[in-house]
Design a protein around this ligand. Sequence first.
Ligand code: HEM
Length: 163
Amino acid sequence: MYKTTLSLLLLTAGLCGCGPATAQNAMPSAANADAYPSAPRDPALKPVFDQFGGKPGLIALMNDFMDNLVADPVTRPYFENADRNHIKAELVDQFCVILDGPCTYTGKDMASAHRGMDVDRAAFNALVQDLQTAMNKHDIPFRAQNKLLAKLAPMHRQIVTKP
Ligand code: HEM
């Protein structure tokens, strides 16, 4: 079930590379993702912010998310020498803004933050799975997870720079 929906999301965002190109048209937000800033606020997602447990919930989630990223051999090389506390703090603010929480994101835009890292699709997909694992551990409702993932998936256009 989880894997099915993740695959759908990645396919829709054009990440999988294993499905028909027309699948990208299934989600309008992915089709015009280039028009999105790195952290768009969506007032419709305020209930989802609450389902994540507000800002304290996001802080707790990010600790497990980062632990997963460092434990995952695909993503570890990117994060093991990075300032992980800084990244976690920026991610909390970014997700908080996306979910219409009372936060301000002052970090870099996604293209600048990931420039020169040679992030490929496998790494991006692995990161999404590591986030899903953390969200499951925190009992975030499945539909709430997918609302957030639908906002993150289009960001691959700014982040993935290696075929
Ligand atoms: C939707 C997916 C992603 C989101 C929302 C995201 C978000 C962020 C944010 C908010 C920052 C902090 C920016 C700042 O310092 O101002 C950041 C930095 C970083 N991200 Fe990502 N990221 C994503 C995907 C990835 C992937 C796939 C990788 C590698 C596997 C990655 C590796 C990093 C690293 C290493 C940094 C720290 C860069 C530095 O030290 O300056 N990110 N990311």
